[in-house]
Design a protein around this ligand. Structure first.
Ligand code: AMP
Ligand code: MN
Ligand code: MN
Ligand code: MN
Length: 284
């Protein structure tokens, strides 16, 4: 297939930290002209059947998806999985293991916020949670906006939820090796999500790409809602240097919070191999 395809292979529903249902996302993607879609909830595949059915109902092709949280070189890195067999129990088991620590982490986040004069954040965040196994920083951010502590979720992250701030609790997620293994052993392709977002040195970033590739990873997000136009060029270069295919996805979470809507990013640069070319037999 051509790189001139309106593929959106990264977004979130109420099954993780988005505010729309899989059906609402599918309708919105289709209305925006998306031809090939994937729902990639954080550490979850509970929305996959609904997303596939909704993609079909809206005339879109579909790839299964998830976005796995990984700890690499002391930072959280996200690895998107596409086109895996969502019925394979090894994927569900791996994801369940990595989701496990979220409840305790959320309680500790609330303690940190209480210490700076924001009580009740655990209960407050829970009101925004669609999936009890997936309480995330985003749900805390929505609560802090609701209370008026901050104007928007970006401000909450900046002031309260990032490294060194009162509501930040370090967490050990899956290993890079495990995340890539869960995806590839279930027939999918592993993709480095939004590489421009990590605070890595050049050496650490080189190590991430090298180890990812050594574990069997095959693609990188080049055109994502998290990248600037300069980063499209930079990571197109990294895709070429490391022999990786390229992916495209908005990372849409919510009509009220996301800058970039589903299906509205530029096309992939023509000289790259689109990730969907590696997945022709997995498209549903
Ligand atoms: P968690 O998996 O609980 O650590 O939450 C991570 C999620 O928080 C990401 O997937 C984003 O949706 C959101 N997030 C992270 N950093 C920011 C930020 N600076 N502004 C807004 N949302 C953010
Ligand atoms: Mn998110
Ligand atoms: Mn991410
Ligand atoms: Mn995401």
């Amino acid at each position: 297939m051509s790189s001139i395809l309106n593929a959106d292979l990264h977004c979130h529903s109420v099954v993780s930290d988005g505010t729309l249902t899989p059906e609402q996302l599918a309708a919105r993607a289709s209305a925006n002209g998306v031809e090939l879609w994937a729902l990639t909830d954080h550490d979850e595949i509970g929305g996959q059947q609904r997303a596939l059915a909704a993609a079909r109902a809206n005339g879109m092709k579909y790839l299964t998806g998830t976005e796995i949280s990984v700890t690499f070189a002391g930072e959280t890195v996200h690895i998107v999985g596409l086109g895996f067999d969502a019925e394979d129990p090894r994927m569900a088991q791996g994801l369940q293991r990595t989701r496990g620590g979220r409840g305790q982490r959320a309680l500790e986040m609330a303690e940190g916020l209480a210490r700076v004069g924001i009580p009740g954040a655990y209960e407050g965040a829970l009101k925004f949670v669609g999936n009890p196994e997936l309480i995330s920083r985003t749900h805390f951010a929505r609560f802090l906006v609701e209370t008026g502590a901050c104007h928007d979720t970006h401000e909450v992250f900046r002031k309260y939820l990032t490294e060194g701030k009162p509501g930040f609790v370090p967490h050990r997620w899956a290993s890079l090796a495990d995340a890539v293994k869960w995806i590839t052993q279930c027939g999918g392709v592993a993709v480095i999500a939004h590489p421009g977002r990590y605070n890595f040195t050049a050496n650490e970033e080189y190590a991430l790409f090298t180890e990812f590739k050594a574990h069997g990873g095959r693609a990188v997000e080049v055109v994502t809602g998290s990248h600037t136009a300069a980063e499209y060029v930079e990571y197109a270069g990294m895709a070429r240097e490391f022999g990786l295919a390229a992916s495209r996805g908005s990372d849409f979470h919510s009509p009220d919070e996301s800058r970039i809507d589903l299906g509205t990013l530029p096309y992939l640069p023509g000289e790259l191999t689109p990730v969907w070319d590696l997945l022709t037999d997995r498209i549903q």
